[in-house]
Design a protein around this ligand. Sequence first.
Ligand SMILES: Nc1ncnc2c1ncn2[C@@H]1O[C@H](COP(=O)(O)OP(=O)(O)OP(=O)(O)O)[C@@H](O)[C@H]1O
Ligand SMILES: [Mg+2]
Length: 359
Amino acid sequence: MANVEKTEFRLPEPQPKASPARSADVDARAQEGEADQEVSLRPRSLGEFIGQPKVRDQLDLVLTGAKKRGVTPDHVLLSGPPGLGKTTMAMIIAYELGTSLRMTSGPALERAGDLAAMLSNLMEGDVLFIDEIHRMARPAEEMLYMAMEDFRIDVIVGKGPGATSIPLELAPFTLVGATTRSGMLTGPLRDRFGFTAQMEFYGVDDLTKVVTRAASILGVPIDADAATEIASRSRGTPRIANRLLRRVRDFAEVHSDGHIDLAAARAALIVFDVDEMGLDRLDRAVLEALIKGHGGGPVGINTLAVAVGEEPSTVEEVCEPYLVRAGMITRTGRGRVATALAWRHIGLEPPEGVMGTLY
Ligand SMILES: Nc1ncnc2c1ncn2[C@@H]1O[C@H](COP(=O)(O)OP(=O)(O)OP(=O)(O)O)[C@@H](O)[C@H]1O
Ligand SMILES: [Mg+2]
């Protein structure tokens, strides 16, 4: 493995910054500067993890079974929109197994050599976490197939006709992949995961627990109804719940003694432009472009993105999943269509025949 550089390990690439169109408070993507706070709020064990009962139970079985048999558990794929706890779950897997976690991300694995360096540094039983795994370069992905299946890779040494391939044994490890776009994963890669966990948006009850737990860690006094108010406006996303809690705390500290009651929570959320369904300016802009600009659709994602001045991927990965789940838009073969709920949400009466007009 002469030409394989030994990089210790790479931190995941910084997430793209939110554009000004979206207020940072409701953007489910990670932001710079809040990373430290996120770390302190992350649940460490499966028992501390709130919500996602199905994923938790299934993962518990996978991990406990493997521990009992004394083998490394199957590779795990975590998929779901930003901020639902994929990175947190990867850390929990390593914690529950009592092993160490190596982190990298798809975009950091540009060449097969980048991955070979990571893989050859793994110790037996380690958990290798690849965030945004759908963005891995092709040669690295192909190397990963063999590594996942046989714990072995072929390292190419030299260039041109003199190049030779040297087989390299790897220590058995567990790969945890995370993706916001499971549809973009190639078939062969998806098939090599023994267990796929689909993370779902959280209900208000679970998010209330997330807010209450975070408030107690941060030492912020909060009333139960205020926690529920914040939870119900968090777009089903724990990262947003934690972030709104911090903004409401700022508000309560400036305007009163720091105690968060319902009135303070509501007033703060108005200041930060979060409506009663948790939609922010960008979500509303998407609905308005769809309804006022295109009569409710169908409209293609690119047209919508241009109308709101955002990247198509942001509209597709960050806004749309929640708008679909909230029953405001539907996806059809010809594009996105607004439902009656969406028309009413922006203050318009839906024309007859629009989906959902009957209830
Ligand atoms: N089940 C949970 N219980 C409590 N807090 C949670 C839970 N899930 C996530 N969080 C909180 O939400 C924050 C975001 O979670 P995490 O970073 O794991 O999301 P992610 O799915 O990896 O997002 P991305 O796709 O942007 O990487 C964490 O810092 C953690 O505090
Ligand atoms: Mg993450």
